[in-house]
Design a protein around this ligand. Structure first.
Ligand code: CS2
Ligand code: MG
Length: 403
């Protein structure tokens, strides 16, 4: 079998997606996701100008060799654009291999370790009561794990702390990034109050999660972790920017609050120390950004040695294609933790017909061969690329902040 053609399809059914379609001389094809939110076209150029010409004529069955060819062969290793391009190709190649084997992808990865995949979804609100109402509503729909975020009183709603999470990002996504305002000292005492109220209302069975979105320092995160301990959160996500991996030692010295990290990581090298020193509890890499099925399987296998569990990033900008690939990995690995699933707009569901399905707080992969997600190119043609950025943040004095 040989790779005959590779198409890159850019479409915006509500969000921009970069989809790779690898077509073989035997008629089999595979689909991959190569989307980097807000930097989509950079990946398109990387693929079209530098990757695809080198892959035509190669054997699509040699997935590891192609991965290494693109990783080592470029000389310039790692980085979100390179790794998204490798991811898109890798996910499509695994899809082809599973189709050639006439199996669902999870079977090729070792078979099924679980029947269903626990997910979490997001609730945001302008004040604590609004968030509590939202959590109660999701719980009634059968969710067993919910991420809760609240706006800071006196400040406009901010991405990731207010209602401006993925489902309702609405006005927050613009052709140029909106600039929002952040205040650490107003945020810190608010979050424990939110979770106190949530525990009083929904009890202790529900898993509750919170995303800090990289905005604190290690000692601030340690304080927040201690303050949240009585409410037994499933995790505290991205408390601190993670370039400085040893910074997480400081958090660990002070709190037993489980920590989740890794949605912007591309390789095992971004989290090698965090995992090997057991500084985190959940690793949030996702197939589209961390080297495809090959990349995340390698990271999760490594993490399993250190009692670190998987938690694939799964917001709306991770397309249903990467979601499908994630779910097959989730199903197969021994150290699955949880899967983020923000859901998708109707247009997105229609453009990417998929075998995975939600039932209450769980997703199932379905038994379709391959990863079970396709692209409808006619629908894709109706939604051309649109410049769209998530907001950025500044402190109240105007200092640029992590968002
Ligand atoms: C978020 C994401 O899903 C999450 O936990 O942090 O919404 C993230 O901000 C976006 O995927 C960035 O593109
Ligand atoms: Mg996050």
């Amino acid at each position: 079998m040989k790779i005959k053609d590779i198409k890159v399809i850019v479409a915006s059914p509500g969000r921009n997606f970069v989809t790779v379609k690898i077509i073989t001389d035997e008629g089999l094809y595979g689909i991959g996701d190569a989307t980097v939110n807000g930097r989509e076209k950079a990946v398109v150029s990387y693929l079209v100008d530098h990757v695809i010409p080198c892959l035509i004529g190669r054997d699509p069955m040699q997935i590891e060799d192609i991965w290494q060819y693109l990783y080592k062969g470029a000389y310039w290793r790692r980085g979100p654009i390179t790794m998204a391009a490798i991811s898109g190709i890798d996910i499509a190649l695994w899809d082809i291999k599973a189709k050639a084997a006439n199996m669902p992808l999870y079977q090729l990865l070792g078979g099924s370790s679980r029947e269903r995949i626990m997910i979490y979804q997001h609730v945001g609100g302008l004040d604590i009561n609004e968030v509590v109402e939202g959590v109660v509503r999701l719980k009634e729909r059968g969710l067993v794990a919910i991420r809760a975020q609240v706006s800071i009183p006196g400040l406009p709603p901010i991405y990731g702390t207010g209602p401006s999470t993925d489902q309702s990002a609405g006005g927050m996504i613009q052709a140029r990034p909106v600039e929002e305002v952040w205040s650490t000292h107003k945020y810190m005492p608010l979050v424990p109050k939110l979770f106190e109220k949530l525990r009083d209302t929904v009890g202790w069975d529900l898993h509750l999660l919170h995303d800090v979105h990289h905005r604190l320092t290690p000692i601030e995160a340690a304080r927040l972790g201690k303050d949240l301990e009585p409410f037994r959160l499933f995790w505290l996500e991205d408390p601190v920017p993670a370039e400085l991996q040893e910074g997480f030692r400081l958090i660990r010295q002070h709190t037993t609050q489980p920590i989740a990290l890794g949605e912007i990581f591309n390789t095992i090298w971004d989290c090698q120390q965090l995992i090997a020193e057991q500084l985190i509890d959940y690793i949030r890499v996702t197939s589209v950004h961390a080297g495809g099925v090959t990349g995340i399987k390698r990271i999760f296998d490594f993490a399993s040695i250190y009692h670190v569990r998987s938690a694939c990033h799964g917001p709306m900008d991770v397309s249903p294609v990467a979601m499908g690939a994630n779910l097959h990995v989730d199903r197969a690995i021994p150290n699955f933790g949880i899967q983020e699933y923000s859901g998708y707009l109707e247009e997105t569901h229609a453009m990417f017909p998929h075998a995975f399905a939600q039932s209450g707080g769980y997703l199932t992969t379905g038994e379709a061969i391959g990863h079970g997600v396709d692209i409808d190119e006619k629908i894709a043609a109706k939604y051309p690329y649109e410049a769209a950025y998530l907001p950025v943040a500044r402190a109240e004095d105007g200092t640029m902040w992590s968002w």
